[in-house]
Design a protein around this ligand. Structure first.
Ligand SMILES: [Zn+2]
Length: 298
């Protein structure tokens, strides 16, 4: 059996048209590359490593049309989180959505303190609250008395709570119970709870008050949505396109190394490229519209 290439060579000797047709037939079939997403982005999850870091972040945001950033506390590690976040919001009021840190979420006083702080600050998001973080040996029950009252206060005031919760079997069950017990509270599961998409899907399907931020799933960390230049993971693409109202994009910068201008450029460029692999209407929701609705951006 002569190969297509051999047949082409034989035909091509006879006519120019055949030669041209053969060239088209034998060209390698390239996957259609989608263009990067070009619309506005709200980074729904980042942190400051020090008071004056905000300027470098805002400069990078301007270069990449990231219109707003939600600044969150890091869970009691930095005592000055609240002051730094509020100073950043005063300096860049159109760029910064100030989160309200809750360093000690299981203290008996947490709910009362939260209520007072929400009244005083008018914060539109609470967190990041660490429920389970293996590296810091944090293991909390989101359904315990004090944190349940925190969820209740947040729900009554319509303010979402960002949680860091590395979900294994036991932690997933505990989170599901807390979501069921507090149906009016919106919980944003940071970094997709370290779950693969197949295990996240049933949680999202069962709990309409759960959203997911895709922060910290960039090429510098694991699990990642994509390598720096590789395609968006198929499982993630399928789930995000199936539930486009439930996902927020975020970068989760914190470490000073990630605050270097060249690294911020790489991370923001990657974010746009990955969003561009989603259907355009889905990309717009995940990049901007879901966060704008949730954080009441005008
Ligand atoms: Zn974070």
């Amino acid at each position: 059996m002569p190969s297509a290439r051999h047949r082409c060579r034989v035909f091509a000797r006879r006519s120019l048209i055949a030669a041209a047709l053969c060239a088209v037939m034998l060209a390698p079939v390239a996957a259609p590359a989608r263009a990067a997403y070009t619309g506005p982005i709200i980074d729904a999850h980042s942190h400051l490593p020090k008071a004056d870091a905000i300027d470098a972040l805002v400069d990078a945001m301007k270069r990449h049309n990231i219109v707003k950033v939600v600044l969150l506390g890091v869970g009691g590690v930095q005592k000055e989180d609240l002051a730094w976040i509020q100073a950043a919001a005063r300096k860049h009021p159109t760029r910064v959505i100030a989160g309200l840190p809750l360093p000690d979420p299981t203290s008996e006083r947490a709910a009362d303190e939260l209520e007072a702080a929400l009244g005083k600050t008018g914060a539109r998001v609470i967190g990041e609250v660490h429920i389970r973080q293996v590296s810091r040996k944090i293991e909390r029950d989101p359904g315990d008395g004090p944190f349940s009252r925190v969820l209740d206060v947040a729900g009554k005031r319509g303010v979402p709570v960002v949680i860091h919760d590395e979900l294994d079997e036991k932690a997933s069950t505990a989170l599901a119970a807390a979501l069921t017990a507090n149906p009016k509270s919106t919980v944003i599961l940071a970094h997709a709870g370290s779950l693969p998409p197949a295990r996240l899907e049933p949680l999202l399907a069962r709990h309409p008050n759960l959203l997911v931020d895709l922060s910290g799933m960039h090429f510098q960390r694991k699990p990642a949505l994509a390598s720096e230049t590789g395609p968006l993971d198929r499982g993630w693409k399928t789930l995000i396109e199936k539930m486009p109202d439930r996902f927020l994009i975020g970068i989760d910068v914190w470490a000073p190394r990630l605050y270097e201008a060249a690294m911020l450029d790489r991370l923001m460029k990657w974010t746009r490229r990955v969003l561009g692999e989603l259907a355009p209407a889905v990309a717009e929701r995940v990049a901007y519209k879901n966060a704008a609705a949730l954080f009441r951006v005008e």
